[in-house]
Structures are given as structure tokens and as C-alpha cells.
Design a protein around this ligand. Structure first.
Ligand code: MTE
Ligand code: MO
Length: 443
């Protein structure tokens, strides 16, 4: 047995440069990748606290999961109503990621939900019921409705909806792209109560020329410039009329917290989170694709065809990102768990989702993808709810393991091992999720 010099991750936390050099030998340029030779393997075993059981199946050059984890600011997150272990990626604007194990419940607790802001958080409304939303543009009757009127005039709906940032997984792209370096944790599934956007748009009456929505919120632009929007995205009319697209008024049975868009926000499930406007004040029905803040250039756009990673891409060679891609996460055990000595079999569980589509299969591996086992996958509770999955796996001896999960969507598209589909701003990075665990040697 390898004697454990340090804790599971301490070495990498303290001095990642030195740790990399130890494990992978000479570094080439700024790259972390190298080859695991005998000395590297011994160093890795020492670092992770046990023998790397399936080292023989480990792809050369793949950064071990124990070392690849994204980390936010090391300080505990101090924000009213929020869990302290959320990871702050950015302060101004506030961008905060959820460690995956906090996503374990089917409905994400409000305190565990990731936060994504492009601008400043607006001042809370003094009278939330009097907050008003204007529907104008290509409609027969422009409307201004208060939250109170939305509640009294339209039928309420409650749905479990997964909401994922378009940039979730950005940190896995090579070369790195601009923006928040999210791991897999820019996603949540709330139980949202509100009214269907469709019902509201029907009350206004769409003109035949209606093509797209344009969303506006009350959050000031980061610069303080009142002529600029922090974010103003939109969706095609068909998505706006889809019955799961809602103006949400409550989250998990409570008023929506200010940071999540109180008192009214859109939820356009399965699409990049940026289409789910917080602090909603206006929906402008457009006769063309909306051109607000975040709709043009490379923002929220994928390339029309594969490009050489790192190349410059023209707007004409891009398409607006619509459905989010397939992804699965392991919510239990947590990354970095030291299991009880003698553990030889464990239960894995988590969620999987695929934007507009559903998940057909989830597979798990303990040996770097050499062999796979099928997980049991539940049906979604409602359309756009994530699907819970579970699987038991064997761990043949003590040591370091990586638990890998990959999902396949209803069209047969499977998650890649590493983030493919590179695009200039790093959207839709969905490599498989990997969790490192340790089974210590018996006493
Ligand atoms: N008004 C407004 N709405 C917004 C944003 C914003 O910056 N301003 N960010 C969007 C993005 S990019 C995402 S991913 C989601 C995140 O929602 P959450 O902060 O409630 O988790 O909100 C969206 N709605
Ligand atoms: Mo986002």
C-alpha cells in the first residue's frame, strides 16, 4: 500500500504547478497534459491516497478527475438564503456555481441554485403585486399586466423545469474561451409556479407578422449606463407558445428570491438559461429575430459547422443556440469522497437531461470507459424535467477510482469524453461527468 503523505486533494490545492509536474513529468508549454509513466503513476497514487486501480485503462493525456475539478473562490459564499459551499466564479456581475453533490434532490433547493447575472441585481420591488409587465409590438392589443393581474386572470401551472446556462461546461473547452469557467454545475431544477406565456400572448393577440420575442428586465447594465440592457434575448414564437414556457411567479412554493428574478421571470426550459429573463418588465413581439443585448456577434451562438478550435468565426457562420445538449451528472457520491475501508460495491445516482429532447440511456464506468454498465433511468415528471438515474457498481479492491457517467439523448446522440464542438464563446460543452473517489486500504 502506498503511504498517504497528504490528504486527498491537498497537494493539488496547495501547489497545483508542483503537483502537475510530479504526476505528469515535464510540462509542455502551458498544457497540463503529459504521460503517466511509472514514476508519474506512483506520484499520482501518493497524491490521491491510494493505488490507481484501473491505471492500465487510463487514457494517456486525460487529466485525472481528481485534478480536473473546477474550483471557485476558496472563501465560503456569504449571501442571504444561499448555501455557503456554492462556488463564486465572479463577483461583479455575480456568478456562482453549484457543486454537483448539492444537486442531489429531484427539486434543487433554492439555496443551492446557481446564479448567473450579466448586470447588476436590481433593487427589490416595494410592492411585488404591482410590478408590471408590458406586452407590445406585433400584437393586436398591447397589454400592461401587474403580477396581481397575472395571478387572477390566468390559470396557474406548477412544473419541474431544468434551467441550464448556455455556458455550462465552458471550462472543458481547449483552448479556453472567454466567459465564466463553469464546470457542470450551472444548472438547476426548480419547481416553478406561474402562468403560461402562451395564455398571455393569446390575450394580447399575435399579429400574423409575429416572429420572435424580445425580453427586457429591470437589472441595470454593469456600467450603470441606463440606455443599455444587461441582457435582452428572445425566442421564436413557437417556443414562446409552447405550453411549458412560463412567466414564473413562485419558486419551490415560495416567492422568487430577488437574485433569481423576483417577482416575475420567464422560464423557457431546455434552452440556454439566458432566454429565461429575470426581473421581467417587457416582452416586445418582434417581426424579425430579436437583436437585443446577447443576440448578435458570437453571443449564445454555435458554429454552423465544426471549426478548428481557437479560430476566429464570423457571425454569418454561426447559428443561435436553441436546445441545450445532452448531459448527465453524478450527484452521489460526491466528488472527492473517501468511502469506508472495505467498500466493494456502491450505488451511484444522479440526473440526466437533453434540452428539448429526452434521455434514452445513461451508462456508467469505473475503469476509464473500458467497460460500461447501463443505469436505470426514470421518465421525466413532466416535459423538461430532468430524469433521475441510478446504478450499482463494483470496486474490486481498495484504491482510487473515477466514476464516469454519459447520457444518450432520444436521437441517439451521446456525450463525448472531452468537450467537442468548440465555438468562440464556449457554449454547450458537455463532456461526460467524472467523479473521483477513494477506497482506503483496510486497517
Ligand atoms: N434580466 C436578466 N435575466 C437573466 C440574466 C440576466 O443577466 N439578466 N441571466 C440569464 C442567464 S445567462 C441565465 S443562465 C439564467 C440564470 O438564472 P438564475 O440566476 O436564476 O440561476 O438567468 C438568465 N436571465
Ligand atoms: Mo446563462
Amino acid at each position: 500500500m502506498t503511504r498517504r503523505e497528504r490528504g486527498f486533494f491537498e497537494l493539488y490545492d496547495d501547489d497545483p504547478e508542483r503537483a502537475d509536474a510530479l504526476v505528469f513529468g515535464r510540462r509542455t508549454g502551458a498544457s497540463r497534459r503529459g504521460f503517466l509513466n511509472g514514476a508519474g503513476l506512483a506520484a499520482l497514487a501518493a497524491a490521491v491516497g491510494g493505488p490507481v486501480v484501473f491505471a492500465g485503462r487510463m487514457p494517456a493525456g486525460l487529466v485525472p478527475a481528481a485534478l480536473a475539478e473546477t474550483k471557485g473562490d476558496a472563501k465560503p459564499f456569504a449571501f442571504e438564503g444561499k448555501a455557503k459551499d456554492l462556488m463564486v466564479l465572479q463577483d461583479q456581475p455575480l456568478n456562482v456555481e453549484t457543486p454537483i453533490h448539492l444537486l442531489d434532490p429531484d427539486v434543487t433547493p433554492t439555496e443551492a441554485m446557481f446564479i448567473r447575472n450579466n448586470g447588476r441585481i436590481p433593487e427589490p420591488a416595494t410592492d411585488p403585486k404591482a410590478w408590471s409587465i408590458t406586452i407590445d409590438g406585433e400584437v393586436n392589443t398591447p397589454l400592461t399586466l401587474t403580477v396581481g393581474e397575472l395571478e387572477s386572470r390566468f390559470r396557474p401551472v406548477t412544473l419541474r423545469l431544468q434551467l441550464e446556462c448556455g455556458g455550462n461546461g465552458r471550462s472543458f473547452f481547449v483552448p479556453e474561451t472567454r466567459g465564466n469557467q463553469w464546470g457542470h454545475g450551472a444548472v438547476h431544477q426548480g419547481e416553478w409556479t406561474g402562468v403560461r406565456l402562451k395564455d398571455v400572448l393569446e390575450a394580447a393577440g399575435l399579429k400574423p407578422g409575429a416572429v420572435y420575442t424580445g425580453h427586457f428586465g429591470a437589472d441595470p447594465h454593469l456600467s450603470g449606463d441606463t440606455t443599455k440592457q444587461a441582457l435582452s434575448r428572445g425566442i421564436p414564437i413557437a417556443k414562446a407558445m409552447e405550453e411549458h414556457t412560463i412567466i414564473a411567479l413562485r419558486l419551490n412554493g415560495q416567492p422568487i428570491p430577488q437574485v433569481h428574478g423576483a417577482p416575475a421571470r420567464l422560464v423557457a426550459p431546455g434552452w440556454p438559461g439566458s432566454t429565461s429573463q429575470k426581473w421581467l418588465t417587457r416582452i416586445w413581439i418582434r417581426d424579425r429575430v430579436h437583436d437585443g443585448q446577447g443576440m448578435t456577434g458570437n453571443s449564445y451562438r454555435l458554429t454552423k459547422y465544426p471549426v478548428v478550435p481557437g479560430s476566429k468565426v464570423d457571425e454569418k457562420d454561426t447559428v443561435i443556440m436553441e436546445s441545450m445538449p445532452v448531459r448527465a451528472v453524478i450527484t452521489n457520491p460526491a466528488h472527492g469522497t473517501e468511502l469506508p475501508a472495505g467498500t466493494r460495491r456502491i450505488d451511484l445516482r444522479g440526473h440526466a437531461w437533453a434540452g428539448e429532447k429526452t434521455v434514452r440511456a445513461v451508462d456508467v464506468s469505473t475503469d476509464y470507459g473500458a467497460t460500461w454498465r447501463k443505469a436505470e433511468v426514470d421518465q421525466p415528471k413532466n416535459k423538461y424535467a430532468w430524469q433521475n438515474w441510478r446504478a450499482a457498481v463494483d470496486l474490486p479492491s481498495h484504491g482510487y477510482y473515477e466514476l464516469w457517467v454519459r447520457a444518450t439523448d432520444s436521437d441517439g446522440v451521446m456525450q463525448p469524453v472531452v468537450a467537442g464542438n468548440w465555438n468562440p464563446q464556449g457554449y454547450g460543452g458537455n463532456p461526460m461527468h467524472r467523479v473521483a473517489v477513494l477506497v482506503p486500504a483496510g486497517a
